[in-house]
Ligand binder design. Structure first.
Ligand code: SAM
Length: 241
């Protein structure tokens, strides 16, 4: 049946995503710096700036992986605040937790959870972020609804994700880069070209700026907007509850 077919595809995607992130976890941070030439650090800093985080706030970083955003939030929220790093993948969570503990960040909570059904009470968080995570989620609408549910009224969601380059020449260079150089780099550093081929494909399949903005509005978020970063290679979407 159509339903059965769709279910198989969904399971395949989730299995693939789990394999990819188990495989890349140990070298994830190194690959991020190499692939983006360090620029992911600027994209993340901009995310922190637009989050409006302050002392005492409760922050959830979904698909938090190796913890770059959670660490930056932990610096801001202080002893009276709370930072939760959630990720579906145990290998990524372990790498993130070890890194943050080694660096002296003891206050962060680690939760293994699927973005599609977050295990938190309604209206819990002031700020929710998901960075380079939404494109890996099978049911993105369910994930956005789940984020909306656990966000406090007045709170904000920030989605940092690859998007659609604004200019044709840039998108040509970018395609060449992601479909040939990225898998080659992946092969050299992690002996795993396949995971980086998945990365390039998942980026191409991901909804563009306006589509994602519409999906956020459909999930209930208001005053949705976005900033194009690096010519639209990445976009930071923001929405409020
Ligand atoms: N946010 C980190 C960063 O920006 O460096 C990590 C991003 S990494 C590219 C994507 C992360 O999404 C992985 O750690 C993966 O395990 C996680 N992920 C994939 N599907 C997920 C889901 N359904 N729910 C929660 N996390 C998920």
């Amino acid at each position: 049946t159509h339903f059965g077919y769709k279910t198989v595809l969904k399971e395949e995607k989730a299995t693939k995503v789990a394999e990819v992130f188990h495989s890349v976890a140990a070298k994830y941070d190194l690959m991020n710096d190499l692939m983006s030439m360090g620029i992911h650090r600027l994209w993340k800093r901009f995310t922190i700036t637009l989050s409006g985080v302050r002392r005492g706030m409760q922050v959830l970083d979904i698909a938090g992986g190796t913890g770059d955003l959670a660490r930056a939030f932990a610096r801001e929220t202080g002893a009276t605040g709370r930072v939760v790093l959630a990720d579906i993948n145990a290998s990524m969570l372990n790498v993130g937790r070890d890194k943050l503990l080694d660096q002296g960040f003891t206050g962060v909570e680690y939760v293994q959870a699927n973005a599609e059904c977050l295990p938190f009470a309604d209206n819990t968080f002031d700020v929710i972020t998901i960075a380079f995570g939404l494109r890996n989620v099978t049911d993105k609408d369910a994930a956005l609804r789940s984020m909306y549910r656990v966000l406090k009224p007045g709170g904000r969601l920030l989605v940092l994700e690859f998007s659609k380059p604004l200019y044709t020449p840039l998108s040509k260079i970018y395609d060449a880069y992601s479909f040939s150089i990225l898998p080659a780099m992946g092969q050299m550093v992690t002996q795993d070209a396949e995971s980086y081929r998945y990365l390039a494909e998942s980026i191409r399949m991901h909804p563009d700026q306006e589509t994602l903005k519409g999906m956020m509005a459909n999930a209930g978020f208001v005053n949705c907007d976005y900033h194009n970063l690096t010519g639209g290679i990445v976009a930071l979407h923001r929405g409020f509850k």
